[in-house]
Design a protein around this ligand. Structure first.
Ligand SMILES: [Fe+2]
Length: 289
């Protein structure tokens, strides 16, 4: 997620809306090679695990060609598909700036790429996470509408003091969502599909809970920013996710949630639709270590 509370200062050189030029010509051969290495590893592993719409997006946007994508080129194709653009920002941006970009169909992305030492872990999302992880699904009309609706909802949540609740929706869908397709679960969250380790863990490992999507429940649930998730939430379809987001009146939900305690990351409630209850073995091992 690329947002932070409103107190951060706009870096020098960033425009009023916090964007900066991507400066594509400045990437070194080593940086392009880093992208290719990450891309090839994910592209070899994801088919059959990731939702088909993601693969379609990669093809449609011609993201399969080597090297770090040029945002201008990417935006041109994306604009034709769904009216979205990709713009570069220097780092985290304030909540309102983030939401405003989404509401106007602009996806804000970092322009730096991780170093070989950061292959599997980095704190701040880089261009591989932002572009490989997020952009392919923006070529899907339904998901594209969901992202815009999310941005509009964010601007409203800000006025209602409910950003924390709404941020959890982003986390458990856009970043770490699973989707049901037939009798299988597939990946679609950008935080998963841009991570080799979590792409395996989220689908195959017996540790995490896999629970049915429930809008209100999910906005009550804490999440992990430091490691693999302990619960994943499964949507039925992008159509259903979009419909629920558009049709729900969030203000009364926020009121209700204000009086309730947040749920711990591994909680399973009696009313949850359970795909599987995790052993939490992975998280327990980490606690001992
Ligand atoms: Fe992200």
């Amino acid at each position: 997620m690329r947002m932070a509370n409103a107190n951060i200062e706009r870096p020098e050189g960033a425009a009023e809306d916090w964007t900066i030029p991507q400066n594509w010509g400045a990437y070194t051969p080593a940086e392009h090679a880093m992208w290719d290495q990450l891309f090839e590893r994910q592209a070899a592993m994801l088919p059959g695990r990731v939702v088909q719409e993601f693969i379609d997006g990669l093809d449609m946007l011609r993201m399969t060609k080597p090297g770090i994508p040029d945002f201008d080129e990417l935006s041109e194709r994306l604009m034709r598909a769904t009216g979205w653009q990709v713009v570069a920002v220097p780092g985290l941006v304030p909540d309102r700036v983030f939401f405003d970009h989404l509401a106007n169909r602009r996806f804000v992305a970092g322009r730096f790429i991780r170093t070989p030492e950061q292959l599997d872990y980095l704190q701040e999302p880089d261009i591989f996470h932002d572009v490989f992880g997020h952009v392919p699904l923006l070529a899907n009309p339904i998901f594209a509408d969901y992202m815009q609706a999310y941005g509009e909802g964010g601007l409203r949540a800000d006025g209602l003091g409910a950003i924390e609740n709404l941020a959890r929706l982003y986390w458990y869908t856009v970043e770490f969502g699973l989707i049901r397709q037939g009798s299988d679960l597939k990946l679609y969250g950008a935080g998963i599909v841009s991570s080799y380790g979590e792409s395996l863990f989220a689908l195959d490992d017996p540790s995490p809970n896999r629970l049915g999507f429930d809008l209100k429940r999910l906005m009550r649930t804490q999440y992990r920013i430091d490691d693999f998730q302990q619960s994943y939430f499964v949507i039925d379809s992008f159509e259903d996710l979009l419909r629920q987001t558009i049709e729900t009146d969030f203000a009364p939900l926020y009121d209700e949630l204000r009086g309730q305690q947040a749920l711990e990351v591994a909680t399973v409630l009696p009313q949850d639709h359970v795909f599987n209850i995790g052993t939490q073995a992975y998280a327990k091992t980490k606690e001992i270590a």
